[in-house]
Design a protein around this ligand. Sequence first.
Ligand SMILES: [Mg+2]
Length: 232
Amino acid sequence: MLMERLILFDLDGTLTRTQNGHAPFNEAIIDTFGVVGDIRSVIPDGNTDPQIVREIFAKANVEMEFDYGPWERFAENLRRSYASALREGTTTVRALPGAKELLAALSAKEHLSQGVVTGNFEVTAQVKLEAAGLHSYLCRGAYASDSSHRPDLPKIAKERWEQRTGKFLRAEQCVIIGDTPKDLDAARQNHMRCVLVGTGRYPVEELQYWKPDACLADLTDTQGVISALFNL
Ligand SMILES: [Mg+2]
């Protein structure tokens, strides 16, 4: 019998690329906190959105009290800003080359499920996936709305899948596909396998240095990616 597999995709830099994402992000910061903050002042790649906001304020020496639980409000403001920027066309989210073809091919495979593990809030992940035309291929995974600590997320996605299907997965049956060393770290902390792709901030040569289970320049070679996944 074929081994059951759960593939967990990161969003930004792995499945999608956002152009001018800083505008709705910065708008949501001021709408939520009443203070100007600029996401371009930090390196957000691989971080969860709450972590990114904390870093922006730390860098600007803004003392901010986060204990009153602003994240639901921030997520809702971010969803609204993103949705209107996408509608107006000032921000765009596109599927990276090969992403759609890969998700379509994988969704035809038996004993294989695919979801997302992302530092986006669930509501903004949904907006981005819909804008990129990828939402229909992916099951519910784990998001910044579940935990702002990224290494918590793979386990949450796995448990969600198990609850939905009534089946049980060993950690080694799960594969994280991401574009940063932080995706790899989250996978390792959960004893999951990890494939890194060079379509984000880090070129494939640099990603290789971190020794993921496999490393790919991009997702364009659908059959090549699938055999890499099945040979892990
Ligand atoms: Mg990423």
